[in-house]
Design a protein around this ligand. Structure first.
Ligand code: PBG
Length: 338
């Protein structure tokens, strides 16, 4: 029956014993046969933090949020690949932060270096690079400030320059996450002009101003020093506005649309899936990862089952790809309970 049709209860004898859904739930093999949703490790994208400045730095309690140097990042990509992960998403932590975040486009920065190092070892790994200024600006905002606010027009060329330098280093996908208006169109035009027509754009189209980015900002040292991101990221109350952003990014030439965070926004993922024919990604963000890790470490939830359920729910809502820190835990075999 197509979704949305009324269930014709009145036309069948709906008596006790006629409708007995329990019949098909009783046996494990039948439950497997009838499972509507699944996820595989190759649906996952692993975020990795590449640092120029510090020595490799593990993260107490949140292993996937470790900061690694270029070579260690490439080795981690190999480990992920051995574990079945087919794509990584790189974030850079530069040695110096400046008002305009010029480091984002530095061809010698940590991200271009890591792209090259991964591609040398593993040409078949899909390498995506996050495109934003917040890790590179000294104020922590995602763009260039003018009169205390992010100036969209000043920001666009900086984002485009960063994306082009990642494409030049060999990135397969660039992923603009600054929530600047026209960022996808601006990246597409610059990439095409520089000859990178086959570099795809994974657009953070519907990115909400979320409390769940906390652990990421600690690791990337990118929390805004003044104010917050509500002047550019979406208001968590607004699903229609999110759909508008998804439409605009589609018109601007996005190859893959992304909704972020994932679990608190399953309704947005579902509505995006129902409206768009583009591949859809969802970002299970650092706070979503941290909540499961923290609860599991206290024995309050069974980690493997909680992760399986969360990833299943995100797929059920309609995501094709899931950016998830659990990629690392899964590839390293560190998840129990599945
Ligand atoms: C911005 C960016 C952020 C995340 C991904 N890209 C931080 C932010 O918007 O503050 C957060 C991801 C996460 O929490 O896992 N470059």
């Amino acid at each position: 029956m197509p979704e949305g049709d009324p269930i014709p209860l009145g036309s069948t004898p709906a008596g006790r014993g006629v409708h007995q859904p329990l019949r098909l739930r009783a046996h494990g093999p039948v439950r497997e046969m009838l499972a509507e949703t699944s996820w595989r490790i190759d649906h996952l994208v692993a975020p990795l933090f590449v640092t120029a400045k510090r020595p490799a730095q593990p993260h107490a309690g949140l292993p996937a949020l470790a900061r690694r140097g270029v070579e260690a990042t490439a080795r981690m990509a190999e480990t992920l690949h051995d574990g079945g992960v087919r794509a990584v998403l790189l974030f850079g932590i530069p040695s110096t932060k400046t008002p305009t975040g010029v480091g984002a486009a530095d061809p010698k920065g940590p991200v271009p270096a890591a792209i090259r190092a991964i591609k040398e070892r593993l040409p078949e790994m899909t390498v995506a690079a996050d495109v934003c200024l917040c890790e590179y600006t000294d104020h922590g905002h995602c763009g260039i400030l003018r009169d205390g606010r992010v100036d969209n027009e000043l920001t666009l060329p900086r984002l485009a320059a960063a994306a082009t330098s990642y494409a030049e280093a060999g990135a397969d996908w660039v992923a603009p996450s600054a929530m600047a208006d026209h960022q996808v169109a601006s990246l597409r035009a610059s990439l095409d002009m520089a000859g990178y027509r086959s570099t795809a754009i994974l657009a953070y189209a519907a990115k909400f101003a979320s409390a769940f980015y906390g652990p990421f900002r600690d690791v990337a040292d990118s929390a805004p020093s003044l104010g917050d991101r509500r002047g550019y990221q979406l208001d968590p109350r607004n699903a229609r506005e999110a759909l508008r952003e998804l439409e605009l990014d589609t018109q601007e030439g996005a190859d893959i649309l992304m909704v972020k965070p994932a679990l608190p926004y399953l309704d947005v993922i579902r509505r995006a899936r129902d409206r768009s024919h583009l591949p859809l990604a969802a970002y299970q963000v650092s706070g979503e990862y941290a909540m499961i890790k923290a609860a599991a470490s206290r024995g309050w939830v069974e980690e493997g089952r909680a992760v399986d359920e969360a990833l299943t729910a995100i797929r059920r809502a309609g995501a094709d790809l899931i950016v998830s820190y659990f990629s690392t835990d899964l590839a390293l075999g560190g998840l129990r309970g599945r």
